[in-house]
Design a protein around this ligand. Structure first.
Ligand SMILES: Nc1nc2c(c(=O)[nH]1)N[C@H]1C(S)=C(S)[C@@H](COP(=O)(O)OP(=O)(O)OC[C@H]3O[C@@H](n4cnc5c(=O)[nH]c(N)nc54)[C@H](O)[C@@H]3O)O[C@H]1N2
Ligand SMILES: Nc1nc2c(c(=O)[nH]1)N[C@H]1C(S)=C(S)[C@@H](COP(=O)(O)OP(=O)(O)OC[C@H]3O[C@@H](n4cnc5c(=O)[nH]c(N)nc54)[C@H](O)[C@@H]3O)O[C@H]1N2
Ligand code: SF4
Ligand SMILES: [Mo]
Length: 725
């Protein structure tokens, strides 16, 4: 039995793995590890099976002219890649080479560092990531509002925790260590959980208050809460006076959002809203956090911004003398101070995209620009793409993604199977799976450091350990980082290691003569760490390094910085919300009578290879309220056609009595390129229903991916189609 961490999502649960004859044969939660209480989910427990998945790639693949793949040795692959990149860069310049970073880095954290180092070495600014189709409002909201140098309030200290459109019981976001236990612990200590979600989720069922609104009305509800908190005299006047500015303008901006207006518009009861405001007012400490729900439903930046304003109005930030959340272990030590970090530019810097006039934000380059950058001829056109992610299933507007990926001169994908996206690649790099890789928790510290409060441990915990098994015999696998390193070496390019968002300026030069080990790359990523990596590696169960606990320091005397409650762009957008016709904005009419919302399932992570045995359904059902299913004249398990303004898909319906009426919940990350493929075999690709042009946010380009107006009709293929009476 050996120990490591599961890397099938960012929670990084500690696990015990039984090894027999060089294979992992069983996985269980590690009860000797701190913080997690031995928790695992079915995905973690399925890891042994996943490593032996019958479709696993054992060799990298090269596409031939006729579209079929042949195996290629990694040595040959590197040579061909270097040559083709050399030609592309020589003819079109470094901007023709782009890269997309996503979930693959959970398993391969070194990939992000080397991918960025490689782009920097060739001089390309074209780095994209999933951030701008995820929760870009989180980092942009901080830029507009300012951050708190003392950090957020630790989970166990919160008198109230509000989660808007997130479901940590499944996603682990905001409560990554055994979320059920974390919620119970918070409630035992007297804390209250408030959930705003159109669905009575696993998390909502544990809540003290659950508001179940019409999807997409989060800015309305948050503005209504602010209105009530101010009206009831519930603000923390001392805190605001010392640390914030813009109170009067904010008060004016939320004036239209009276309880009756909000209740009416969002489809909730004014009483519940008032109850929620009261809980917030009575709480001494707390936190308001946003998940992907409000972000997908458009206006994610505004929702994030308003949530930060609630925190500031109530003084819900870590106070002087508090035990700080997210202290460093594997990154350089941080100082926490009870004072504001003033707002900083959210846009107006960096590389402009050729189309759409997009530019980078604190969430990075807008992915919205990438398909156009690939498809639009002219100077600077993107011709080569390194892709870590399941773009065909995860990027909005599937047909545009497919068109763009097919138009590339060179598409390189890292994958463990020939996934629908990998099928489009010129080269598929067969990569190791997690038990074949050393493990480290540093990615979560990097994410927490970059302003995402949803991951990492509140305590100074870390794990680092070796690979557990060798890859299967005869396999010729290559880690993503090695691809970048070896191609650079072949091209004669020296690399300096740039650590993604780790806020460290040190860029150590890599030894280009002798290839470093993966662990050596981790060591460089952790240069200057609060605890030496060797020390972390001495703890097979991971460890809470008590000596790294940090107390929030007093503010610097005369600190002039202020948090901004009245960002001009945000208040202007809020005024637009107040003026608009909600029905017209929603797009619900005689034809589109349902709203489609996102929602993750416990047993699947994004587009990742699914461990079929663990899925209750081997596909992503479209969940509906039982009465809505009955109204359609069908039963659970039947097939329907879901149509949006942009496309139609086939899906299998299942009942969820916890859903608001006229809402359909469908997870992304499933399905194929053809909307007509059998949803029982492949699942449903929800991104046939989305489009980049649909209500996109002007700075990030993120389109409407939730609160999507759709129609639902029984399919001709419905097994038990009965006559509606
Ligand atoms: N309609 C709709 N679309 C969405 C969302 C939504 O809610 N609705 N959610 C969005 C969000 S929040 C995100 S983060 C994105 C996520 O979607 P993507 O950005 O596509 O990222 P992942 O699915 O996390 O990427 C996982 C893929 O990386 C590849 N890969 C690379 N390296 C490795 C490796 O080492 N191991 C393994 N196993 N695979 C590797 C595999 O192809 C794997 O399938 O989707 C977004 N898309
Ligand atoms: N099991 C599992 N875990 C994951 C992932 C996964 O795919 N599977 N993906 C990882 C990734 S990439 C991310 S970004 C995080 C995301 O973490 P979360 O944001 O917690 O993700 P979800 O569980 O999808 O929760 C979103 C919730 O928003 C609700 N919702 C939908 N529309 C609206 C709306 O308009 N308003 C409001 N208020 N609520 C709405 C949905 O009903 C759903 O319960 O999870 C991570 N963890
Ligand atoms: S929640 Fe599940 S998938 Fe995520 S790390 Fe834990 S066991 Fe793995
Ligand atoms: Mo995400």
């Amino acid at each position: 039995m050996v120990t490591t961490i599961c890397r099938s999502c960012n929670a990084f649960c500690p696990i015990e793995v039984t090894i027999g004859q060089g294979f992992a044969t069983n996985v269980a939660g590690n009860r000797n590890a701190p913080l997690f209480g031995g928790y695992t989910c079915p995905k973690g427990r399925a890891l042994a099976d996943l490593h032996r998945h019958p479709d696993r790639l054992m060799q990298s693949l090269k596409k031939q002219r006729d579209g079929s793949f042949i195996p290629i040795s990694n040595d040959d692959l590197i040579g061909e890649l270097a040559e083709r990149l050399g030609v592309i860069i020589g003819r079109h310049g470094p901007r023709a080479v782009a890269a997309y970073l996503s979930g693959g880095v959970i398993e391969q954290p070194a990939a992000s560092a080397l991918m960025i180092s490689f782009l920097e070495a060739i001089g390309s600014p074209m780095l994209f990531s999933a951030s701008t189709i995820d929760q870009p409002g989180m980092t942009i909201g901080y830029a507009l509002h300012g951050r708190w140098a003392g950090g957020r309030v630790r989970p166990e200290n919160r008198d109230v925790f509000v989660i808007v459109g997130g479901n940590p019981i499944n996603s682990k976001q905001y409560l990554p260590q055994n979320p059920g236990a974390q919620i119970k612990q918070m409630r035992r200590a007297g804390g209250k959980l408030v959930v705003i979600d159109p669905r009575r989720t696993e998390t909502a069922r544990l809540a003290d208050i659950h508001l179940q609104p019409i999807p997409g009305e989060d800015p309305t509800i948050l503005a209504g809460l602010i209105h009530l908190i101010i009206r009831e005299g519930g603000t923390d006047r001392n805190f605001i006076e010392r640390n914030a500015t813009g109170f009067t303008a904010l008060t004016k901006a939320v004036a239209p959002f009276t309880p009756d207006y909000v209740a009416n518009r969002a489809g909730i009861s004014a009483n519940d809203l008032q109850r929620m405001a009261q809980v917030l007012i009575e709480a001494r400490t707390g936190d308001v956090a946003l998940g992907t729900g409000p972000s997908m439903a458009t206006r994610g930046i505004l929702s994030s911004y308003l949530a930060l304003c609630v925190n500031t109005l109530r003084g819900f930030w870590a106070a002087e003398g508090d035990d700080a959340m997210h202290p460093s272990v594997l990154l350089p030590p941080r100082t926490f101070r009870a004072q504001p970090i003033p707002p900083y530019p959210a846009w107006g810097f960096g590389e402009k995209t050729r189309i759409g006039g997009f530019e980078p934000t604190p969430a990075g380059m807008p992915l919205a620009a990438l398909p156009g950058e690939i498809l639009m001829p002219g100077e600077g056109q993107v011709r080569a793409l390194f892709l870590h992610g399941g773009a065909l299933q995860s990027w909005p507007q599937h047909n545009r993604t497919e068109e763009a990926l097919k138009a590339l001169d060179l598409l390189v994908i890292h994958d463990v199977v020939l996934s629908p996206t990998a099928q489009l690649a010129d080269f598929v790099i067969a990569t190791k799976m997690q038990f074949e890789l050393p493990a480290i928790t540093v990615l979560n510290e990097i994410i927490a450091n970059s302003g995402h409060a949803g991951y990492g441990t509140a305590d100074p915990y870390a794990f680092c350990g070796p690979a557990l098994v060798a890859p299967p015999q005869d396999a010729d696998l290559m880690e993503s980082w090695q691809t970048y390193y070896r191609v650079a070496r072949h091209m004669g390019l020296p690399l300096k290691l740039t650590n993604w968002r780790a806020a460290s300026d040190a860029k150590p030069a890599l030894d280009m003569d002798r290839e470093p080990s993966t662990m050596a790359i981790y060591e460089l990523m952790c240069a200057g760490s609060a605890v030496p990596l060797d020390e972390v590696r001495r703890h097979p169960n991971g460890h809470v390094f008590e000596e790294m606990r940090s107390t929030v320091q007093p503010p610097e005397p005369g600190c002039p910085h202020r948090l901004q409650l009245a960002d001009r762009d945000m208040l202007r957008e809020l005024a637009r919300v107040a003026r608009e016709d909600p029905a017209a904005w929603r797009g619900i009419d005689a034809r589109f009578t349902f709203q489609l919302i996102p929602g993750r399932m416990q047993n699947a992570t994004n587009t990742f290879l699914k461990a079929r045995g663990t899925l209750r359904w081997p596909y992503n059902p479209a969940f509906l309220h039982p009465s809505d299913i009955a109204d359609l004249g069908i039963v659970a398990g039947d097939e329907v056609r879901i149509t949006s303004r942009h496309g139609t898909v086939r899906a299998i319906v299942e009942e969820d009595a916890g859903l608001r009426r006229k809402v359909v919940a469908l997870m992304h990350g499933f399905g194929t390129s053809r909307p007509d493929d059998d949803p029982r075999t492949h699942g449903t690709n929800v991104n046939h229903l989305t489009a980049w042009s649909d209500d996109f946010e002007e700075h990030t380009g993120m389109p409407r991916m939730g609160a999507l107006p759709v129609s639902i009709a029984p399919s001709d293929n419905a097994a038990s189609l009965c006559e509606p009476s």
